[in-house]
Design a protein around this ligand. Structure first.
Ligand SMILES: Nc1nc2c(ncn2[C@@H]2O[C@H](COP(=O)(O)OP(=O)(O)OP(=O)(O)O)[C@@H](O)[C@H]2O)c(=O)[nH]1
Ligand SMILES: [Mg+2]
Ligand SMILES: [Zn+2]
Length: 340
C-alpha cells in the first residue's frame, strides 16, 4: 500500500493512504541504510494486521525534489514568510531563503505578513523596490485582519506549498487565517529578545479547501535561522542572485567573485544591484570561502574525503579540475529556472 507521510513525531510517521491515516514505524532495514525520511515522502507500507491502522514503512519512493531546512519533500513552491515588523524584517535572512530556493530550483513566493502594523513605510517601499524589480512574486498579508489572504489563496490553489521563515513571523497564524478550523498553536514574540519563541516544532502537511471549492496543500514548519552557504564553492554564489548571474558572464575572469577584481562586470554595473542584496552576496561568499578552505587541494588522486551535503557530493580534487566542473555547473544551473 502506498501513501504520503504528512507528519513525523519522533519515531512515529503519519501516512495518508486511500484507506485512511496510518500511524507507522520504520522497518529496521531502512534505518540501517540510514535513509532519511521527510514529510512529503511517498512511502510503501506493510500492514501487520488488516484491521489495524498501524503499519511499517518498508520503502521510500524517489523524490521529485526536497529541501533540508526544514526537511520536506515533493513540493511545488516555497512561500518565504517575513514579518514587515515585529520582528523587524531581516533582509539578509530573506535573501538567504531566496538563495536556497534558487539552489533547490523551487519557485519562491515572498509573503510579507503583519501588514496591519505598518503600511507604506520605508520598509514596504524598499521591499517593492528590490523584490518586485527582480520579478519575484510577492504578496502582502495580515493574518490578523485577513488582508491579502484571498490573494494568497489564489497563489496556493492547486499546489503543495511550504511556509518557510523565521520564528514569530506568523506562518501558523497565516495557516489559521486560511482555515479557521485549524487552530494551530501560535505565540507572541518574546518581549525580551524581539524574536519568535519556536512555537511550531514539527512540519505538517495541511489540506485546505477554500470557499470557492479550490483546494491547496500547505506545509507549516518550525522557524529556522541557521541556514549557511557552507556547502558551495564561492564562485557558485553568484548563480543564486539572478541580477548578478545575468551580468557575471562578462567578467574578465571566469572565477571572478565580484569583490574587487579588475574587469569585473558586476563592479562596473554596481548601480544595478541593490546595496543590501550585494551585502548579502558578499556575506554568503565569505561562508562559501570557509567551505572552500576545508576542501582545498589534497594533491593525490586517491580521493580521501568527500562530503555529502544537500544533494551534492564534493570530493577533494585539484582546484584546476574543480574550476572547470563548476563553470559547467554554473552554466547549467539556470537552464530550466524552476523545476515545476
Ligand atoms: N499584528 C499581527 N500579528 C500577527 C500577524 N500574524 C501573526 N501575528 C502574531 O505573531 C505572533 C507569532 O505568530 P506565529 O503564527 O506563532 O508565528 P510562526 O511563524 O508560526 O512562529 P514559529 O512557529 O515559532 O516558527 C503571534 O502572536 C501572532 O498572533 C499579523 O498579520 N499581524
Ligand atoms: Mg508556527
Ligand atoms: Zn565579476
Amino acid at each position: 500500500m502506498k501513501g504520503q507521510i504528512f507528519k513525523i513525531h519522533s519515531d512515529f510517521y503519519y501516512v495518508n493512504t486511500h484507506e485512511g491515516v496510518f500511524e507507522c514505524k520504520v522497518r529496521e532495514i531502512l534505518k540501517k541504510q540510514r535513509e532519511q525520511i521527510f514529510v512529503g515522502d511517498f512511502a510503501e507500507l506493510e500492514q501487520g494486521n488488516s484491521e489495524s491502522k498501524q503499519a511499517f514503512i518498508s520503502k521510500i519512493h524517489p523524490r521529485k525534489n526536497f529541501i533540508l531546512k526544514p526537511k520536506v519533500a515533493n513540493i511545488d513552491r516555497v512561500i518565504i514568510v517575513s514579518a514587515i515588523k515585529e520582528p523587524d524584517l531581516n533582509f539578509e535572512q530573506l535573501n538567504r531563503y531566496l538563495c536556497f530556493c534558487e539552489y533547490y530550483k523551487i519557485k519562491p513566493i515572498l509573503c510579507f505578513n503583519k501588514n496591519d502594523l505598518c503600511q507604506n513605510s520605508d520598509t514596504v517601499k524598499k521591499i517593492r523596490n528590490i523584490y518586485e524589480t527582480l520579478d519575484y512574486e510577492t504578496v502582502f498579508t495580515s493574518a490578523l485582519n485577513k488582508n491579502g489572504i484571498n490573494e494568497l489563496e489564489n497563489i496556493l490553489a492547486g499546489n503543495t506549498t511550504v511556509l518557510c521563515g523565521a520564528s514569530g513571523v506568523g506562518k501558523s497564524s497565516i495557516a489559521n487565517a486560511l482555515n479557521s478550523n485549524l487552530n494551530l498553536k501560535t505565540k507572541p514574540i518574546s518581549e525580551k529578545t524581539g524574536r519568535g519563541t519556536h512555537t511550531t516544532r514539527h512540519c505538517e502537511i495541511i489540506e485546505l479547501e477554500f470557499e470557492d471549492k479550490k483546494t491547496a496543500r500547505i506545509v507549516d514548519t518550525p522557524g529556522f535561522s541557521h541556514l549557511k552557504f557552507d556547502f558551495l564553492m564561492p564562485a557558485e554564489i553568484g548563480t543564486l542572485f539572478p541580477e548578478i548571474h545575468e551580468l557575471e558572464g562578462s567578467c574578465k575572469f571566469k572565477d571572478c567573485l565580484h569583490i574587487s577584481e579588475t574587469g569585473c562586470n558586476i563592479i562596473e554595473h554596481k548601480e544595478n544591484i541593490e546595496e543590501s542584496r550585494y551585502n548579502s552576496y558578499l556575506k554568503f561568499v565569505e561562508e562559501a570561502k570557509e567551505y572552500k578552505n576545508k576542501v582545498t587541494y589534497s594533491g593525490t588522486k586517491t580521493e580521501s574525503s568527500s562530503k555529502i551535503l544537500h544533494n551534492k557530493t564534493y570530493t577533494k580534487i585539484s582546484s584546476k579540475k574543480r574550476a572547470a566542473s563548476r563553470r559547467k555547473e554554473n552554466q547549467d544551473t539556470h537552464k530550466g529556472k524552476y523545476d515545476e
